[in-house]
Design a protein around this ligand. Structure first.
Ligand code: NAP
Length: 259
């Protein structure tokens, strides 16, 4: 399917690895020029080089922390005007509800709620002026079904979801769509390190840990960054212009609900 976005320009945040990287590859395959971001320069440059070698698109990189004001300013300066914004960052640490004080909540809100909101506020006005734009926020399955040990993530991402629900309706008339893409369990570097931690804490083998987790997912496996990216690229396509304020869940059926 021709996604109809060849020649558009996208900022994909936190995209040297994992889900953000999957989105970057899928957008590049659709002919979209990219501004990629991550904190570590080495993996970021490696991802950019791989995309340049596969697709005829322009790829710029900005090594910066997207959750800091200075990092965002650097990214926004290089990005300039973009047609597509994919927001993403690392998630807050796990813990118990009694662990977290005000500063922990402020950090989580900054990273997973106020950072995407700041990027939307910076980039959507020029999309509206030009009458076309797409924003996809990478959030989490925890927005639909809370993960108890991820209370900071549950809180911050739900706040972003509420903001998008209202704001997406305010900008849709200018040709700009804002939607959220909710990952369930996906086979990324983050998931490998979480599963290796489970090996250490339980004494079980890596394969046994994975088999147990796969058994909790009706699809019987983790999702891949490539299929996550393909869904993101569709949500950024011409064909998704009537999709407004939605929360698209990719979890292999793990969340049991009728809608
Ligand atoms: P990942 O494999 O660890 O990749 C994270 C990417 O984000 C890397 O490129 C990392 O590069 C970059 N990054 C992290 N913090 C950043 C920051 N402050 N500024 C700029 N770049 C940053 O993680 P992932 O699995 O793709 O997860 C992405 C997001 O989805 C996370 O918020 C995670 O909580 C959420 N999520 C993932 C899953 C899953 O199953 N994978 C499920 C639900 C939710 P640097 O470290 O070099 O900055």
């Amino acid at each position: 399917m021709d996604l109809g976005i060849s020649g558009k320009r996208a900022l994909v945040c936190a995209s040297s690895k994992g889900l953000g990287r999957g989105c970057a590859f899928a957008l590049a395959e659709a002919g979209v020029d990219l501004v990629l971001n991550a904190r570590g320069a080495e993996a970021l440059e490696a991802t950019a080089a791989e995309i340049r070698s596969l697709y005829k698109v322009n790829v710029e990189t900005v090594a910066a922390d997207i959750t800091s004001e200075e990092g965002r300013a650097e990214v926004l300066e290089i990005a300039g005007q973009v047609d597509i914004l994919v927001t993403n960052a690392g998630g807050p640490p796990p813990g118990m509800w009694t662990d977290w004080d005000r500063d922990d909540f402020i950090d989580a809100l900054d990273a997973n709620m106020l950072t995407p909101i700041a990027l939307i506020k910076a980039l959507v006005p020029s999309m509206m002026d030009r009458g076309w734009g797409r924003v996809v926020n990478i959030t989490s399955v925890s927005v639909k079904a809370p993960i108890p040990v991820l209370g900071l993530s549950n809180a911050a991402r739900t706040g972003l979801t509420g903001y998008v629900a209202g704001t997406s309706r305010q900008v849709a008339g200018s040709g700009v769509t804002i939607n959220n893409l909710l990952p369930g369990l996906h086979d990324t570097d983050r998931m490998v390190s979480l599963d290796k931690m489970a090996v250490e804490t339980t004494g079980k083998s890596f394969d046994d840990i994975r088999a147990e987790k796969y058994a909790s997912i009706p699809a019987g496996r983790y999702g891949s960054a490539a299929e996550f990216g393909a869904t993101c690229a569709f949500m950024c396509s011409q064909h998704a212009g009537f999709m407004v304020g939605q929360n698209v869940l990719l979890d292999g059926g793990a969340t049991v609900s009728t809608m």
